[in-house]
Design a protein around this ligand. Sequence first.
Ligand code: ATP
Ligand code: MG
Length: 397
Amino acid sequence: MTAPDDWVGRVGAETARELLLGTIDAVAAAPALDELARRVADLVTRSLLVDVCFVHVLDDDGRGLTLMGATPPFDAQVGKVRLCLDEGVSGWVAARRQPVVIAEGKLDDPRYCYIPALGGLEFVSMASVPMSCRPTGLAGVVNVHTRLRRDFDDRDMALLTGIGQLVAGAVHAARLNRQLLTRAAEHEGLLERFVAFQEQERRRIAAEVHDGVTQAVVSLSFHLAAAAEAIEEDPPFAAEQVATARHLAELAVAEARAAVAGLRPPMLDDLGLADALQSLASTSAADGTEVTCDLSLEVPVPDHVAVATYRIAQEALQNAAKHARASAVLLQVTASPGEVGVRVRDDGVGIAGEPNPGFGLDGIRERAELLGGALTVASHPGRGTDILVHLPLPPGR
Ligand SMILES: Nc1ncnc2c1ncn2[C@@H]1O[C@H](COP(=O)(O)OP(=O)(O)OP(=O)(O)O)[C@@H](O)[C@H]1O
Ligand SMILES: [Mg+2]
């Protein structure tokens, strides 16, 4: 490691010490990215006796730099100035991880890119260093500018580079922290939607059990009671009651099966996604409607996405049969790397204005959003309805 004494350029030992301590302080406080960049710009401007300092931070995708900290009045440009890697001196420094000093004549330097918002013409000399450290690599670039000519010497550059190294680790930590917070918020939202969805599913089953199974069993028990009472005096009537009770028992079993099938389509387990969709299409046609099924399943679809795909197709096809009065309906499902697309298009009456409040379209939207996807409804009165759902597939599938 370079001895602190060697880092002292024209700024003097005391100032260098202040700059280092200030940077360590800023880094140790572990502030958010923008606050860290602002503090670094401020410290460097004051300690290195330069007129302005710009802190450009590498974007999360590693493809560009965004101005995150600047000496006032240029702090108004924070977040607005973006550079590609290899654009301008900063881009050059970022791409090559090498410092640059231009004491004079920067307009003639091919690396220089004039950004009016950063007032480049006011300044004569500039120095630019990468913010980089092992093992995390490049975190951004620090630039300093002076109005009067200044020959940044080796020791100035060593000091700036040292600051860049110190700050790089903190920038990485702040970025990771920000990403963690974003993921935690996304996760929270997902959990909330999941619980709401589960609640809705419970209400549906409760309604089906209440309206279907319970009603049938209650009525069945009445008929059995009537049969028991009449069995000696009026055997034919009792037999009639038992027959009705038996019919109701069968109905209750069917209702219970339907409620359970609502949880997980048995057809998916029995047939697999492709055949289950084909079967759905062939059984969902209303009178006078032709339903075509166009499937292109290039990649395997994980189970939970397959259930969502099936349910979405089922509701959209049911809507077409119930509301569209179409002559042709197309069910199109594609599974390609990274995405499943479900489309149900009909040439029917279309939706005029806001759709009537129902559970179907909301359910489709909820299912899609729960998986990080989206629903688009395109419909014109008299020109049919196009329901399009995108569901992302986890990478590596
Ligand atoms: N393919 C379609 N063609 C014409 N109108 C449609 C179509 N799909 C939906 N709609 C309209 O949008 C409304 C809302 O649909 P949604 O599926 O949410 O409810 P629903 O089908 O009426 O009831 P539920 O699905 O809860 O049984 C419908 O009532 C209907 O007016
Ligand atoms: Mg519906």
